[in-house]
Design a protein around this ligand. Sequence first.
Ligand SMILES: [Zn+2]
Length: 374
Amino acid sequence: MARIAYLTTIDFGPGELATLPAAVAELGLSRPLLISDRGIEASGLLARVAALLPEGTPRFLETPPNPTEAAVAAALEVWRAEGCDGAVALGGGSPIDLAKGVALLASHEGPLERYAAIYGGIERIGAVAPVIAIPTTAGTGAEVGRAALLTLSDGRKLGFISPQLIPRRAICDPELTLGLPPGLTAATGLDALSHCVETFLSPRVNPPAEAIGLDGAGRIWRNLERACAEGGDLAARGEVMMGALEGGLAFQKGLGAVHSLSHALGGLQDLKLHHGTLNAILMPLVVRFNVPVAGEKVARLKAAMGIDVAADLADELAGLNRRLGIPAGLGGLGVTADRFDWVVERALADHSHATNPRSATAEEYRGLLAAAMG
Ligand SMILES: [Zn+2]
């Protein structure tokens, strides 16, 4: 059986940021809350967006790198005090996920935990206020994804999943990514590639998602190095952004062990590991683990990416990591083997675990982590 849902209206292309006032009007928002972070403010992008919104539009700029329950509560306070009726989320995945959390709790009684996917929250999430998402990275796919990852006050990082949480409008303007430094361009772009690859290999039935994932993998594979080397190349930036959007559209089919492990590793509060960097490191190893059960899909993936049919896909992915300067392993990021049991326990409980094509045991997860140490 298949559940297939494509719900976001997307305005895509250089200069499309100018459509923001029309989007606000079409969604009937009279008092949106602009949600972003201090880095976006410092980059000057916040001012460009604020100039397109009514003067005095309230703002919440204290989004942490991994959005927390406390930040959702703080933004909700501004929302209520200002009488907001929707959100404009500007940034990478974090402000967009935070906006989803705020829109949820603006119309649903707390605590936030009730709505976590692993506690049956999917059934409890009804209609929420509209969110307009404006990504400033080409990676997470949060602008069209139905999930928000939020960290509860006790440190648990949980997935909140519902079609209701999908932003009503996405404005994808590659000009907003021109200033993204090479390291972040690489890490976010490889996150997007992992969405396309994992979705395509996931065993659920959703042929449109597979077709979108294949197209996205090809665009990212062909253009990511150029977008990193020539940050001002708008055409390459646009191709990677389209690939990232496609990854976000596709991953409703389910991700896999790259993400179950990276979500778990991302919960190591003291290390503050970057989601995209983790996925980049893990992807070659998980692909190698999955190849024995992936059948003809491996050849289809290579064909879509323009990789020689005789080449080893995992080796090719590892080679791209090296060329883009991705850290060689988790060890260099501060991960130690004594954390493996904690990480494996969480990976097994993660919502992406069940949709890896080859069901990983605790022992196999430990093996993948050991191999990823570098
Ligand atoms: Zn991801």
